[in-house]
Structures are given as structure tokens and as C-alpha cells.
Design a protein around this ligand. Sequence first.
Ligand code: FCB
Length: 445
Amino acid sequence: MWLTLFIAALAAFVVFKITLIRYRRRRYPEPHYDWSQINTDDVSFPQGFHWGTATAAHQVEGLLSNNWTIHEVDKGLEQSGQACDHWNRWKDDFQLLSDLGITSYRCSIEWSRLEPEQGVWDDEALQTYSAMIDELLARNIRPILTLHHFSHPHWWEAKGGFADKENIATFVQYCERVFEALSDRVDTWITINEPTVFSTMGYGLGIFPPGRRSPRLTLRVMRHLMLAHARVYRSLKTKRPEAQIGLAKNVTLFDPHNRWSPIDWPLSRLLEWFWNGAWRSGITKGKMLFTKIPEAKRSLDFVGLNYYTHVLTGLSIGSLRKLKFPKREQEVATEFGYPMYAEGLRRAIEFLAPMGVPIEITENGVADADDSLRPEHLKRHLWVLSQAMKDGYNVRSYHHWSLMDNFEWAEGYSMRFGLYHVDFETQERTLRASGELYKQIISSN
Ligand code: FCB
């Protein structure tokens, strides 16, 4: 009798496990395509679709003094220094855009240049940004301006940056000033780049400035970023209602490394909610991380999608000090460590679609110094995008990260994301084979 009971219990357990796994597979699928069977050249994009590249001020301009330069020194990181010397070479760099056939260019404004000390404004710097806009428009390139891409003045950091709610007012004033100067020519604006990355890397993992490791601060900064975005959105919209204002969201997918594991699965659901879900609920419901932020509700005219990878979550990920990125057997690891997973672009689009606003792909690319993976990376992602658009998803643009190799934050110059190779000794730019490929794709679409 005990034996019968034992066998029955075992059978019930196995049936329960299988049902659970099948349920998870159906509800949270992790598709993998057989790429050998897919013709990635078979893509088509509608008239008016924008082809772009993206950069950020701190990564390309050079010779800045802001929260990042302080952090670079404090933590003994590689210093951004001259970066791509883009502040002096932007005219030539815009020729590189035209050479590729680019129709949309995403770049960012460096607050620390415009207001190096609180209340002291450098109008000449604003004039330079204004001249850049004119040059882009003369080349029939649509500018998309990001107002905050990870960097800000050190005086603002010293006052607590986004960790202190009081500081949001100064941030809004800076955004208003830029908007007043440039919105007669710039229609598309991004308030904040990757709020979850900024807060988690800066206040949770301590890898970005200000190098803190505090879960409490991380949550606080996440909420303040949402509030800051919402306030900037409301203010700019009253100045010019027809402006298109959004933010750039890094949608990283979290999949259980081991689908059988009672730890990996709930952990991946939790991270998925923290990283993506909480933020979406801020915008759709005006509620984020157990706090009401009513101003945030519907504070987007479009959503910028930065897509790079999925993270296989579980015990295998290592410690918070040393993250590891496992990969599936059929996946290729990129130089950054995480796997290439183009299938996830479709999932990221599906995740954002219920927000009911158009999607602009504001970043997608790969670190690949010898350009051996980038061509395939580009083709797969564009094929996935083309399929999604055929299925009716409203995506307006694709911006490749990045135009050229640049300062990759805590990784310094070791990670090369450019369509153009940059020799940082001579500042010479050279088109890579993937850049040539992108150019061809643009011209035939
Ligand atoms: C994104 C950042 C961008 C760049 C890419 C590789 O998270 O927004 O500045 O560093 O990663």
C-alpha cells in the first residue's frame, strides 16, 4: 500500500511539473528560429520609414566635465578624454551620415556644456548645437534630440542629482531652455535615455556614477526619473503641442536559464517586472513601484526602444559584483558577453505595443571590434523588424548603435559598436563592412 501511495504521489508530482512547464512555455515563450532556414535578405519597409544611427554627447564629443568624468577618475576607469573629438569634427561626421544614406540621426545635448555652473549659461555652446541642427536639416536628416543621456553637470550631481526630488525643477528648466532654442526646427525629442539602466547601474550595482549600491536609492531614483520625464513632457507640450516627445526605454528580456528550476523562473519574472513592467505601468496607469505618479499617465507621444539582448536568469548569473551572461547552446556570445538574440526584438516590440503609441527603434547594435558578427546581427534584427511591421506593428524608424566607435561608459574604449571604425590616435574614421551593408540595405529600401 505504501508503495502504491508513493508511486501515485510521484506520478502526480511529475504531471504537475509537466503542466507547469507547459503553461510557462505557452504564456512566456522564448522562441528561437532556425536561422539557416531564413532568408534574411527578404525584407521590406514602408515608404517614409526612417533609417538612422545614434550617438550620445558624452560618448563622442570629448573634453567634457560632468558626473561621468568625475566618476571615471574616482573609480580609476579609462577616461573619456577626447572621445571622438566630435565637438570639433561634427561637420565631417555628418558627411559620414550622408554617405550612409541616413535619414534620421539621434544624438544628445550635454547639459554640462550649456550650464557648466549653476545659472551660468554658455550661449556659444547652444549656438553650436543649433548649427548642428541646421546642418542635419540641410542634409535632409531628421534630428532626434535626447535631453539626458546618462550625463549631467557635476554641480547638479553634488546636489544629489535625480536622487533628490527637489532637483527635478532645475532639470526641467534646462530642458525648457534647450527646447525654446531648438524646437522651431526639431520635432522629435527624447526626455531621458534608459531610466532603468541609469538607476540600476548608478544606484544598485555602483558601476555608473554616482557608484552607489543601495536598493532603496535605486527605487527612489527610478520613481524620480519617471516624475522628471512626466514634468518635462507636460511642460514642453504646453509650449509646442505638436512636438513629438518620448523617452528611450531599454527593453531587456529576462528568461529563466533553467525552466525546471523553482528559483530561475520566479526570479526571471521578478526581474522582468522590475525592469520592464513597472516602467510600463508608470506610463499606462500613472503608478510605478507602489507609488502614484499621476503626471506620468499617458506622457508619451512615441516610445523609443533600445534593444540588445535577453538575460538568462537564475543562479548561473553570478554575483552582483561580477555578472555573468549565460547563453543558449544555439546562441552566439557577443563581445560584451551577452548573447545575440534577434528573436527578442519582436518580443520587445510586442511588449511596448499595448502602450498604443508609435515605436521608434532608438538603439540596436553590437560590440564587435573585427566586424565578424555585426553584418549577421544587423541582418537578423532587420529581418525580425520587417516581419513585425508586416504583421502590423507601428514602428517608424531604426537607429543603429552606433555611427562610430566611441566611449562605452564603464567599459571605456574596449567595446567597439561603430559602423565606422575609429582610430583614437589619429581620429580617422573608416567604414566597416557592416557599414557598407547597412548603406546597401538603406538604398534598396
Ligand atoms: C545603451 C546606451 C548607449 C550605449 C549602448 C551600447 O545602453 O544607451 O549609450 O552605450 O548601450
